[in-house]
Design a protein around this ligand. Structure first.
Ligand code: PGA
Length: 256
């Protein structure tokens, strides 16, 4: 079995033109294993510049640009939103969907997230579907129920076969931006649950879906996390804002 590894940078509402330049020059000599994709997701005003600069610097073709969000509608009166067609127009091929900050601050529901995943797939974009439980849900042993309830509406919307074109990022909400990483054993246990949940619906697809871990991943803890059997890379927030750290994390990823 070969499964793609992916390291994705989620800049959130951080960064500027100087960071775009620093990242492009920093990534010029990054060493990547053969089946690793890197995806850098800046805020939307920087998508175009980042994409163009990566091309003109002739960076490793495994380095991609992704959006942090997309709208589920094709076009129209949705002020402030970005469509899948706009992303395709800019040669963007990945999009983060359903990040916990979108779910909690902007009240995105799993039904809406499912529509976004469908729109992304229809347009030929690879969605990075984020799921994860809160601290209270983990403490009351609801993790598996919550993850199932976040995944199933997406499976119902797009069909399990289409998950071969989906990347899942498991991000325990209590580990995001807090410095509290899940232990590698806890992360592996949850990733294994997610893969088994998919396998109950389609084993071949489950074996192929890259499962990324996210939540306070950094240059010091990435190697141990990425060594786990069901962890295929990471979604990196804070540590992706420094090219040197991000490079180390990218180099630690290996396909399985
Ligand atoms: P963090 O963020 O690495 O800063 O914890 C991860 C994320 O929210 O994607």
């Amino acid at each position: 079995m070969t499964r793609q590894a992916i390291v994705a940078a989620n800049w959130k509402m951080n960064g500027d033109s100087a960071l775009v330049d620093a990242m492009v020059s920093g990534m010029a000599d990054v060493e990547l294993a053969s089946n690793v994709d890197v995806v850098i997701c800046p805020s939307s005003p920087y998508l175009s510049a980042l994409s163009q600069k990566i091309n003109s610097a002739k960076l490793n073709e495994a380095i991609n640009v992704g959006s942090q969000n997309v709208n589920e509608h094709d076009s129209g009166a949705f002020t402030g939103e970005i469509s899948t067609a706009m992303l395709k127009d800019l040669n963007i091929n990945y999009v983060i969907v359903g990040h916990s900050e979108r779910r909690s601050i902007y009240k995105e529901t799993s039904t809406q997230v499912a529509k976004k995943v469908q729109a992304a797939l229809n347009a030929g974009l690879t969605p990075i579907l984020c799921i994860g439980e809160s601290e209270a849900e983990r403490a009351t042993e609801q993790t598996e129920t919550v993850l199932s309830a976040q995944l199933q509406p997406v499976i119902d919307e797009v069909g399990i076969e289409k998950f071969s074109g989906v990347v899942i990022a498991y991000e325990p909400v209590w580990a995001i931006g807090t410095g509290k990483t899940a232990s590698s054993a806890m992360a592996q246990e949850t990733h294994q649950f997610i893969r088994q949940f998919l396998a109950q619906q389609n084993e071949l697809v489950a074996a192929k879906v890259p499962l990324l871990y996210g939540g306070s991943v950094n240059a010091a803890n990435c190697e141990e996390l990425f060594a786990q059997a069901d962890i295929d890379g990471g979604l990196i927030g804070g540590a992706s804002l420094k090219a040197e750290q991000f490079k180390v994390i990218c180099s630690a990823a290996k396909g399985k």
